[in-house]
Design a protein around this ligand. Structure first.
Ligand SMILES: [Zn+2]
Length: 126
């Protein structure tokens, strides 16, 4: 959502999709969803909590995707590392370490690159 200069110009917002309106009513996309008033502090807190929950869900999802992506390398490195000794075991341990580092770096990059959209305008955040 772009940073609007006057966040209260259209004070009514859909808590599902962020659609804005100058007056009360239902969301044009979600017909059963009444718009909430951004001028109400309780509404702002509720939207901020919902934004936070969406962000946490996105982080968990991206983390699970990364774990799924690197888990074959970790499993193979463990199996090979335990079942062998010498150079092969050391290589397997390093493959596992690199896979863990790639997972951590990828998850951090993905979370920064693909943040969950926030409905509450920046100027109204607590
Ligand atoms: Zn909506």
């Amino acid at each position: 959502m772009p940073d609007d200069p006057n966040p209260l110009e259209d004070p009514f917002i859909c808590s599902l999709c962020g659609a804005r309106s100058a007056g009360p009513g239902d969301c044009s996309t979600h017909s059963e969803e009444p718009l909430v008033d951004l001028r109400d502090q309780e509404v702002r807190l509720m939207l901020d909590k919902a934004d936070w929950r969406r962000q946490r869900r996105r982080q968990v999802l991206l983390g699970l995707l990364v774990i799924l992506g690197v888990s074959p390398f970790i499993v193979v490195s463990l199996v090979v590392g335990i079942g062998s000794d010498g150079v092969l075991a050391r290589v397997a341990v390093w493959v596992g370490r690199i896979a863990v580092l790639v997972a951590i770096g990828s998850a951090a990059w993905l979370i920064r690159r693909f943040p969950a959209p926030r409905l509450l305008p920046p100027k109204l955040r607590p």
